[in-house]
Design a binder for this molecule. Structure first.
Ligand SMILES: [Zn+2]
Length: 219
């Protein structure tokens, strides 16, 4: 059964403003291995309408993006990439770079295909040079699919490399899944002790040490 950690606002104030690196405990939050030099990254939206305190509301504007990082060993870092490659786009690692490239190519593919589809609608009148451009709508749609296929092939190749390294590091995959991290609605004024984040952690030993070392509530 998972443990739930309650992270107070105080933890965010003492951390970097846009990033909360949960360390200690400095061992893998999945399998308890040392060293844990990688991180499981979560992007959490802190919404101002959930933070009624006026000065904090100004500071956070309407929405603040917070990156939460939990320590991982290399094997667990590789393992998570196979199931959640999209979660790696904020990582300053080779896999983070791969994830950003996949996202970029997917966006370009979607944009190109959308323009192609737009060309066959009556929104673009078939007048003058536009009539000529409209006749080539299928080129843009095809190009969109080609870019998407390239993105898929590149991601497949990087996953094959990850699988090969993982098989040599630790056959059998990860012990625990990714944590769940979310913003908590704050009732009344936001005090240092107000809970602003909740995290569900499957590794109860890690969660227990985390609560003790950071002085956070746990259930
Ligand atoms: Zn691990």
């Amino acid at each position: 059964m998972a443990s739930r950690l309650y992270v107070p606002y105080l933890a965010l104030r003492s951390a970097d403003k846009d990033e909360l690196v949960v360390n200690p405990p400095a061992y893998c939050s999945h399998c308890s291995t040392i060293p844990a030099e990688y991180y499981e990254t979560h992007v959490v939206r802190l919404r101002a309408n959930r933070i009624p305190h006026r000065s904090i509301g100004r500071k956070f504007r309407t929405e603040k993006k917070l990156i939460v990082r939990l320590p991982l060993c290399r094997a667990c870092y590789l393992n998570d990439y196979l199931t959640s490659p999209d979660a790696y786009t904020h990582d300053d690692t080779p896999l983070g770079k791969e994830a950003r490239r996949t996202t970029l190519l997917s966006n370009i593919s979607g944009f190109t295909a959308s323009i192609g589809i737009l060309l066959i609608t009556p929104f673009i009148p078939a007048l003058g040079i536009l009539a000529f451009i409209k006749s080539y709508w299928y080129v843009l749609v095809s190009l969109g699919f080609v870019i998407l296929a390239v993105a898929w092939l590149l991601q497949r190749r990087s996953m094959q490399a990850v699988r090969a390294e993982l098989a040599s590091l630790r056959p059998g995959g990860s012990k625990y899944p990714r944590a769940l991290v979310w913003n908590t609605p704050v009732e009344g004024d936001l005090e240092s002790g107000s809970v602003i984040l909740e995290m569900n952690i499957e590794n109860e030993t890690w969660a227990g040490d985390c609560a003790r070392m950071n002085v956070w509530r746990i259930e």
